[in-house]
Write a protein that binds this ligand. Structure first.
Ligand SMILES: NC(=O)c1ccc[n+]([C@@H]2O[C@H](COP(=O)([O-])OP(=O)(O)OC[C@H]3O[C@@H](n4cnc5c(N)ncnc54)[C@H](OP(=O)(O)O)[C@@H]3O)[C@@H](O)[C@H]2O)c1
Length: 264
């Protein structure tokens, strides 16, 4: 059974990267997809890209999820257009270029938390009443760096760890309502050409250290995420490295810390 057929799915941060492939995989399964990102041209270009492949039942909403009024507008515009919300993929997020906490400006620390942690929380806040009605679901895009703090990526790790807390709390808050909550601990994924990442000064700059040949393809990651939703899986650690990281972190967090200090 295809659980995505005719479902209204919002994918935050779907103008690029993993989110763009999530949108494509959802559209292939017959979902009506709401596309999002801050840059209106990029969102439009993704909508055109889907249309060229025959997927025309989409809605483009440029909105900054770190701004509560924008998050609310994303939800309201979806309701006005489609009349319901079945799925929220809380995916929009910034990466962090390597910098110690001392090197990171307060502006960069705040922006990271605003986009990666506050954004998904606030968007969830506005979406949840409608997900209760549809008995739908929400998947957070977490990261392996949200399992154990990574030196040089403190704010990114903190923002992704926060999502675990939110997903765990939410899961109990909606228990018995039929609403699904999940969090995907995504591993190292291939990046779009020209991807930008948050620098220590709080500005976006070219991403450091992205060796795409060793990373998982975006479409593979997107399909894994949809399988989680199909199976109503709460947590999933992607890739063998991710599973090993999770197990080692439970057995011996001190060893993981030592390894990260040596090699990260
Ligand atoms: N790539 C990896 O290796 C990896 C690994 C683990 C987890 N992840 C997570 O996967 C998610 C997607 O990452 P990606 O690699 O696909 O990144 P990406 O290629 O940079 O795409 C990020 C998307 O989010 C949007 N976005 C950024 N800030 C936003 C905001 N404030 N409001 C709304 N949209 C916003 C971007 O569009 P605009 O810039 O136009 O806003 C873009 O559409 C993130 O949560 C990331 O942390 C990635």
């Amino acid at each position: 059974m295809n659980i995505f057929e005719n479902r209204v799915a919002i994918v935050t941060g779907s103008s690029k990267g993993i989110g763009r492939h999530l949108a494509l995989e959802l559209a292939k399964r017959g979902a009506r997809v709401v596309l999002n990102g801050r840059n209106a041209d990029a969102v439009q270009s993704t909508q055109n890209w889907l249309a060229e492949q025959g997927f025309t039942d989409t809605l483009a909403v440029a909105a900054d999820v770190s701004q509560p009024l924008d998050s609310k507008r994303l939800i309201d515009t979806t309701l006005q257009h489609y009349g319901r919300i079945d799925l929220l993929f809380n995916n929009a997020g910034l990466g962090q270029n390597k910098a110690t906490l001392e090197e990171s400006s307060p502006e960069s620390l705040k922006l990271m938390m605003d986009v990666n942690a506050l954004g998904p929380m606030v968007t969830a806040h506005f979406a949840l009443p409608h997900l209760r009605v549809s008995k739908g679901g929400m998947l957070f895009t977490g990261s392996l760096v949200g399992v154990h703090g990574i030196p040089g990526r403190a704010s990114y790790s903190a923002s992704k760890m926060a999502l675990t807390a939110v997903a765990e709390a939410l899961r109990n808050e909606v228990r018995g309502t039929g609403v699904y909550i999940g969090i995907a601990y995504v591993g190292f994924v291939q990046n779009d050409e020209g991807k930008l990442s948050l620098g220590a000064n709080g500005l976006m700059e070219p991403i450091d250290g992205a060796h795409n040949d060793k990373r998982e393809a975006q479409d593979v990651v997107a399909r894994r995420m949809l399988r989680m939703v199909e199976k109503k899986q709460f947590k999933s650690y992607f890739t063998a490295l991710g599973k090993l990281n999770m197990i080692l972190n439970r057995i011996s967090p001190g060893f993981v810390s030592w390894m990260l200090g040596r090699f990260a």
